[in-house]
Design a protein around this ligand. Structure first.
Ligand code: NA7
Length: 546
């Protein structure tokens, strides 16, 4: 593919760039970046691979997909009018509603005229002579711009397992992130779900309601906690809308931009009774409180972590009737909260249903997929449908799938072979004018809050350049080295960075991603913003601007 596109991305005339900026992706970050760049009077083109806008919420249509962050902490905060006119129906909104919301945003701000759908970017090459980027779409068309802004999403490159015989299966099969747009009926069907991450857990709960038989293929159980979702009442709606400034102020102050933030107490600073009561309270509350709002040391101190881990294990044993099944569902190789905590609604009770089976792949691995179903060491599972909830080539995967080449043709993929190197997660040395939104080494957390900050920072940089007639921004190597070291340093001591998961860039289905890298910034969001704010306030000295 690279060679073809090299031929396609031929020399660009130094004078006429088609656009001031190309944004890749019309998800939450791409849409908001478009709004902000228009305000600068720029000519912008957004290329989006999907047939609609919405990014994550466009692609992930699997049954049960919904927020695990409170809806009102997740929407855009930049427009008071938008906040007042949009009413979330549930505390944790389902995917169709979020997609409607993003469609509404696209219409309300008249964004569609600058967005080209069905346009997957295949290659992007820096053209020094033109002082800009040349982008080749998969349809062969070429487009140029001063800035290339990647709004790819950290979880946009789905990965399938590598199992022999997958293509021979005669029933239906889908990856959760490539779910059909039409209805999918499980009634009367024997369905398999492979994967038990946040997506698998949401899917399993739904499929179990109607499938004749659901077989869950679990390689690694995760620590799940109750979501406690419910509709937003009329009175709550009124209060939420009145409280928006306060809600977003709170999100700015917390560690990861959620409404929840660590308790100031350590787990051993209270009596065992008090601790148990606090855990019970958190387990009974909606959302990520039990993960993000727990004692301050549960995610850093093994002994403190063991306490909450033991508490949640006891809950699983209480909820699952068959003790052997319960043991299979209790993670043994990592502590609570050291991987992303899936939030659930009656997930564990699903395993008490007569139509649900659990296959523990550590005991009986999948041997192959056959035309009729899945063969494990000890059984042949006949199936009508296989759902792959097998996750993503996270954070860098979206970049790896595009042939991105910077100064002197160096490939971004090669540059990051040993792990990403960035300046603040926004710029990469040798890839000028290529700001990344939610790139590696940014603070993720409650993503839209991080997106808005990221976009505003990038907009500030571009404004700064335009006001001074500057046309080229590159990160200085020493700034990249300092930031990359800083990201490693702030991640030290965090238990989640000692566990394999997408947080640590591990995906056993992807070549070269078998070992941990420091793929995300794991310090606090306020600390991240303070660093970025200072760079801007001091005039971007870490960047070579010309
Ligand atoms: P995750 O969290 O990466 O989960 C993927 C799941 O798929 C996980 O249970 C994997 O097991 C399993 N998996 C992957 N490959 C295989 C193979 N080959 N065989 C069996 N099982 C496999 O992705 P999600 O989509 O659930 O969630 C991603 C994020 O999206 C989530 O954290 C939210 O932030 C939104 P493993 O643990 O690797 O043994």
């Amino acid at each position: 593919m690279a060679a073809t596109h090299e031929a396609q991305v031929s020399a660009v005339a130094a004078t006429a760039l088609d656009h001031d900026a190309i944004i890749v992706g019309a998800g939450m970050s791409g849409l908001y970046q478009l709004i902000r760049l228009r305000e600068l009077g720029m000519r912008v083109r957004v290329f989006e691979a999907g047939t609609g806008v919405g990014g994550t919420w466009y692609w992930n249509r699997y049954p049960g997909a919904r927020f695990d962050s409170e809806s009102y902490s997740y929407g855009y905060s930049f427009s008071r009018e938008l906040l007042q006119e949009w009413s979330w129906s549930e505390h944790f909104a389902p995917q169709p509603e979020t997609l409607r919301y993003l469609d509404h945003v696209a219409d309300r701000f008249d964004l569609r005229r600058d967005i080209r759908l069905r346009s997957r970017v295949a290659a992007a090459h820096w053209r020094e002579e033109a002082g800009g980027w040349e982008v080749a779409l998969e349809d062969g068309s070429r487009h140029t711009a001063r800035f290339l802004i990647t709004a790819l999403g950290p979880l946009s490159a789905p990965t399938l397992p590598r199992i022999e015989g997958m293509e021979t299966f005669r029933g239906q099969s889908f990856h959760t992130s490539r779910w059909p747009h039409g209805p999918v009926d499980f009634a009367g069907k024997r369905v398999a779900v492979i994967g038990t991450g946040a997506t698998g857990v949401q899917t399993i709960q739904e499929v179990a309601k109607t499938a004749t038989r659901l077989t869950v293929f679990q390689r690694t159980p995760n620590w799940c906690a109750p979501l406690h979702n419910r509709p937003i009442t009329h009175e709550e709606q009124r209060r939420i809308k009145a409280a928006y400034p306060e809600i977003f102020r709170r999100c700015q102050e917390t560690f990861a931009c959620f409404l929840h933030t660590p308790d100031s107490r350590g787990a051993f600073e209270v009596s065992p009774e008090e601790r148990e009561a606090f855990f019970e309270k958190l387990y009974a509350e909606p959302g990520f409180g039990i993960w993000q709002g727990n004692f301050r040391d549960i995610l850093t101190d093994r002994r403190a972590n063991a306490l909450i881990t033991d508490f949640v294990a006891r809950k699983i044993r209480q909820r699952v009737e068959d003790p052997l099944m319960a043991e299979k569902l209790i993670p043994k190789n990592h502590g609570f909260g050291t991987r992303r905590v899936p939030l659930e609604t009656n997930y564990y009770e699903v395993y008490n249903q007569p139509n649900v089976r659990l296959v523990d792949l550590r005991e009986t691995p999948i041997e192959r997929i056959t035309p009729e179903g899945i063969r494990t060491g000890d059984a042949e599972h006949e199936l009508d449908m296989i759902v792959y909830a097998t996750g993503f080539d996270a954070i860098t995967g979206g970049f790896d799938r595009i042939d991105i080449r910077g100064v002197e043709g160096q490939r971004l993929k090669d540059r990051w072979a040993g792990g990403p190197q960035t300046f603040m997660g926004v710029l990469v040395e040798g890839f000028p004018n290529m700001p990344m939104l939610m790139g590696p080494h940014t603070a993720l957390g409650n993503i839209p809050r991080s997106i808005e900050y990221n976009v505003d920072w990038v907009t500030g940089l571009i404004r700064h350049m335009r006001e001074r007639g500057l046309t080229r921004a590159d990160a200085r190597p020493e700034a990249v080295a300092a930031w990359t070291d800083h990201v490693k340093a702030v991640g030290t001591g965090l238990l989640s960075n000692e566990v394999d998961s997408w947080f640590t860039g591990v995906n056993r289905n992807v070549e070269g991603k078998q070992t941990r890298t420091v793929a995300r910034y794991s310090g606090s969001a306020p600390a991240y913003r303070a660093w970025c704010d200072e760079v801007a306030a001091k005039g971007y000295r870490e960047l070579a601007l010309a």
